[in-house]
Design a binder for this molecule. Sequence first.
Ligand code: IMP
Length: 429
Amino acid sequence: MSLNIVVGAQWGDEGKGRIVDLLSGQMDVVARFNGGDNAGHTVTVKDETFKLHLIPSGVIHPQVVGVLGAGMVINPSVMLDEMKSLQSAGVQINPQRLLVAYNAHVITPMHRALDLAREQQLSKHQIGTTGRGIGPAYVDKATRRGLRMIDLMDAELFREKLRAQIDEANLTLTRIYDAKALDEKPILEEYLQFADLIRPYIQETALFVLAMLKNGKRVLAEGAQGVLLDIDAGTYPFVTSSSCVAAGALNGLGIGVYPVAHVFGVVKAFQTRVGAGQFPTELLDDTALLLRGSGDKPWDEFGTTTGRPRRVGWLDGVLLRYSAATNGLTELIVTKLDVLSGIKQLKICTAYQQQGQSFEMPPFGISRLETFEPVYEELPGWEEDITAARKWDDLPINAQAYIQKIEALTGIVVTQISVGPERDQVIIR
Ligand code: IMP
């Protein structure tokens, strides 16, 4: 029995897609447990780059069954587009290879419209959401007005429920947000077509995953976003609306308290964030330009979902320590170490300071980060291009020291280091 969980240990965009892709080579099931198409996973296989928002990237491996779990909010239009693009790239997509939880929630155009209207109203206090309707879909779920995948099974019932949702959302849009109402007819028509196409994929997924585990199959639970964006553990209110932490995998897949073999925390060698919110180690100088890249390469620091330039900064060891503790990480996977090549003097934040007092962990978790000053330790950089390194010994001594510093700060072993976007550009220790 083998359940493995992959979570982003920062604010998302740690490069989980490629790590999930790599680990999926040895998996039988890869299951997403939270979020929706706010996520964006980029996977490069030879000349082909896949940008997936919903479908677990593991399905690119022919032996893997993909699951979209109950904790997700799913935009059917995005899911159908991804199915099509995977199929046209030769990836087999059928109900035996892709299961959609009957109790996952459905994102509709109303959720997107409400998301955008609310952000607009918040003006300078915006969260900087991806505008994909994620928050409003989870609001509907919590207030028990949500549409679930199972509702697509009965066209008449679905039409009624969707119509009620549109009516209610239109009232909110026009009366509270002073926004335009959406036209009911085309939405109903489009969603009834989606329902026909998606129906065969809607299944019971929790018992399926449990049965697979009990039959000795290897399951990977793929987290979206990152721990610091978690609705409870993250930098609230600048977070997403779902559970991004490792424990969320059990709930989001509905499999109970199940023994977990590995909890992989994926961490970028530096810090990035999209959207608003505190960022103690943020850089705004020339080093930031270097870390971000120009946007020419698919792996430069621009959002996969929105194309927004990501904010960048030095690695924050305090936040990483917090992520390790609150997720029970068993190992760390460091990505994009190659991006640091050529920077003469590197910095890692090892503690926070407030009124002369130093903290390894701030007193109220990671709330009110703006009241702390980061304390840095400087580490010498390395000049060498490390993209061809495949073994630990291939890494310059200063790069090894950088990784060892991460281990010392967190008490967690780094088992893999990626040095480029290709599948084989990884050092496995
Ligand atoms: P939402 O999830 O669209 O509501 O956005 C809430 C916050 O989470 C915003 O700051 C987004 O930029 C951020 N966010 C959501 N999904 C991702 C992701 O996959 N990677 C990085 N940031 C994300």
